[in-house]
Design a protein around this ligand. Structure first.
Ligand SMILES: Cc1cc2nc3c(=O)[nH]c(=O)nc-3n(C[C@H](O)[C@H](O)[C@H](O)COP(=O)(O)OP(=O)(O)OC[C@H]3O[C@@H](n4cnc5c(N)ncnc54)[C@H](O)[C@@H]3O)c2cc1C
Length: 600
């Protein structure tokens, strides 16, 4: 290895060490200047896709359903727009912004109690502000478990239901938390005759539950939810790395074979990491733990350094440098078993066997002290800043989509190193649901994270390839966007992809006919108002529009609007030279010189 390579290795080892010892605390996403009035709200990343700031007239923090009822009644009587906010607002799109600028934020931060656990019926009732972490740990105390959940435990129950969040499985009742609800109570605006508030308690058999269980927050405030659980069980987990040449052929059968399967795909490295993850008998020995490394506390200085390196690689068009960094990150994560340990502290080999509550989700960066560190996306430090495109493609189309991406990579081999730096494309199995805004078919959810510039008019390396993948998914393969992730373009025409989209709107019209809980954003995505695409200079770079002219890209930086390379209907921002030809992103012979500049 060159001395430069060793330097990078040492630096990265230092990063990893820092990563393991630091801590974090996320802030309340609501900030008010006078007591609880004159507020702004943002998401956990500190920036919405369009970089706007959302304003609200005030914020309230009910602790009981009675208080919640009084709040909704008073706001409805006064004609105030409302929106439910959560303790950390983890969704990327502007779901938490109330309509207008003087609406009311109803925070569920203090609606955070477990109300009942019925061990005989194996059910658990929680207020909607309870975090996934608390639900998991309290259920485990009672020797119960929710089988399939998101991997990040910082989410609230109300929030994860609002966006249809899920884990990974093709088995049982499926991958989505909302498909385990047995009862739910929701507080919505009422007429004068109702006292301006209406409380509905729904059971599994109620048709309206199909609308309420994935609602984008537009039907009112969910106050409490009851879930059907299972006896606590153990899992056996092994990560197995393979060449990705047969990925398209194997992906469906792999998901059917293993209950908690997922796959991390590194298209540039032509590699796929299969998570072989199954239920085992409770008396199998093992006390494994999953503490996913990217969700561990990270020191702010490390995050700053990582961002600076990535920024410099981007500014120098140093795709090769990004590929080196990505290979290193991939190697370390695999060596560290992605955060799995056999006994809570050491990884000694596969399989890792552990109780469901210790391996289903993690997020220790939430526990930490602000002076020592933070979560990787914390906007209070100059750390990682990224976009996410997350969509599900129905199983019959997955093979073709994978092949299209592989063909893109053949044309531009380094193009996806930027994504591999963020641990590749996470592929999870998601299942058809009877929720009107839930998954329509069994599918694979692709989760792609990539660099975002602090300057909205600066393109990222291989801008065109990531845009093409997003458009391939959304428009060629009719993918469904994750409601809590994604950029505006992913939501174009989305309601028409749901066979019961109109049924959802009918329930919305019954629960909140005057749209107190609606905003411009929810009206845009539900197709009730134009304006989802924000067409302006550079809009395609941020996924605010699909480019139709060069000005939507960055012509002054040589990025022009052109058709896609494998999907000719795509319109993407492509880097060209002055002759109008494709520009080669890097000259490999310059790499050492460029990396020296970065490390200087
Ligand atoms: C690090 C990280 C990891 C993630 N991992 C996964 C994953 O593994 N799987 C997955 O599917 N998703 C995942 N997500 C996405 C996440 O599940 C969603 O964005 C989720 O909605 C965020 O929950 P929240 O509690 O922060 O809700 P918010 O983002 O604050 O709110 C989401 C929506 O729900 C509404 N809402 C919240 N509470 C209520 C309520 N009580 N009543 C009515 N409406 C309500 C809000 O108004 C808003 O419209 C992840 C996100 C992050 C940041």
């Amino acid at each position: 290895m060159s001395s430069l390579g060793q330097k990078i290795l040492r630096l990265n080892c230092l990063f990893l060490l820092l990563l393991l010892v630091a801590h974090c605390t996320p802030d309340d996403p609501i900030t008010c200047t006078t007591g609880n009035s004159n507020c702004t709200i943002t998401n956990a990343y500190g920036t919405f896709p369009d970089r706007s700031i959302c304003r609200a007239g005030g914020a309230v923090y009910p602790t009981t359903e009675e208080e919640l009822k009084a709040i909704v009644a008073t706001a409805t009587r006064s004609g105030l727009k409302m929106k439910v906010a959560t303790r950390s607002s983890h969704s990327i799109p502007k779901l938490v912004c109330p309509g207008g600028e003087d609406g009311l934020l109803i925070s569920t931060e203090r609606l955070n109690k477990v109300l009942n656990i019925d061990t005989a019926a194996m059910t658990m009732t929680v207020q909607s502000g309870v975090t996934l972490r608390d639900l998991i740990s309290e259920a485990a105390e009672a020797k119960l478990a929710l089988p399939y959940t998101p991997y990040w435990w910082g989410l609230t129950i109300g929030g994860l239901l609002g966006t249809g969040s899920h884990g990974s499985t093709l088995w049982g009742k499926g991958s989505s938390v909302h498909d385990y609800i047995t009862e739910l109570t929701i507080v919505s605006p009422g007429t004068g005759a109702d006292g301006f508030v209406k409380v509905r308690s729904l059971k599994e058999s109620d048709e309206e539950l199909k609308a309420v269980k994935v609602s984008l927050g537009v039907l009112g405030v969910i106050s409490q939810v009851t879930f059907k659980l299972e006896p606590l069980f153990k899992r056996s987990i092994t990560y197995s790395t393979k060449n990705d040449s047969n990925l398209g052929d194997e992906v469906v059968s792999f998901g059917r074979e293993h209950e908690f399967a997922d796959i991390i795909w590194y298209p540039t490295q032509q590699m796929a990491v299969y998570r072989i993850d199954d239920r085992v008998s409770s008396n199998t020995s093992g006390n494994g733990l999953y503490n996913f490394i990217p969700f561990r506390p990270t020191s702010s200085s490390l995050l700053g350094l990582m961002r600076t390196i990535e920024y410099k690689q981007e500014s120098l068009n140093d795709a090769y440098g990004k590929c080196l960094s990505a290979m290193f990150v991939t190697y370390i994560l695999a060596e560290k078993a992605y955060g799995l340990t056999n006994n809570g502290s050491l990884f000694t080999g596969y399989p890792v066997i552990g109780s469901q509550h210790r391996v289903q989700a993690s997020g220790t960066c939430l526990d930490s002290l602000p002076d020592v560190g933070t979560c990787a996306w914390d906007p209070n430090v100059n750390g990682l800043f990224f976009h996410q495109s997350t969509f599900s493609i129905a199983l019959p189309s997955v093979k073709n989509f994978i092949e299209d991406v592989q063909n893109l990579v053949k044309l531009q081999p380094e193009a996806l190193c930027g994504t591999e730096l963020y641990n590749g494309i996470l592929m999870r199995y998601v299942t058809a649901s009877n929720a009107y805004l839930g998954k329509q078919e069994d599918a694979i959810d692709f989760d792609i994270t990539y660099y975002r510039s602090k300057d909205p008019l600066t393109p990222r390396l291989y801008e065109d390839i990531l845009e093409e993948i997003e458009q391939l998914a959304m428009f060629k393969y009719g993918a469904l966007p994750h409601w809590g992730k994604n950029r505006n373009i992913a939501f174009e025409g989305v309601l028409s992809k749901y066979k019961n989209g109109q049924e959802f709107l009918k329930v919305k019209n019954t629960y909140d006919p005057l749209g107190f809980f609606s905003s411009d954003w929810t009206d845009h995505v539900l197709g009730l108002k134009d304006g989802l695409s924000i067409v302006k200079e550079g809009c395609a770079l941020e996924g605010l529009c699909r480019c139709t002219e060069d000005a939507h890209c960055a012509p002054s930086k040589d990025y022009y609007c052109r058709p896609g390379k494998v999907y000719s209907d795509a319109r993407v921002c492509t880097r060209l030279n002055s002759d109008g030809n494709l520009l080669k992103e890097i000259a490999t012979e310059d790499v050492d010189e460029k990396l020296s500049v970065q490390l200087a």
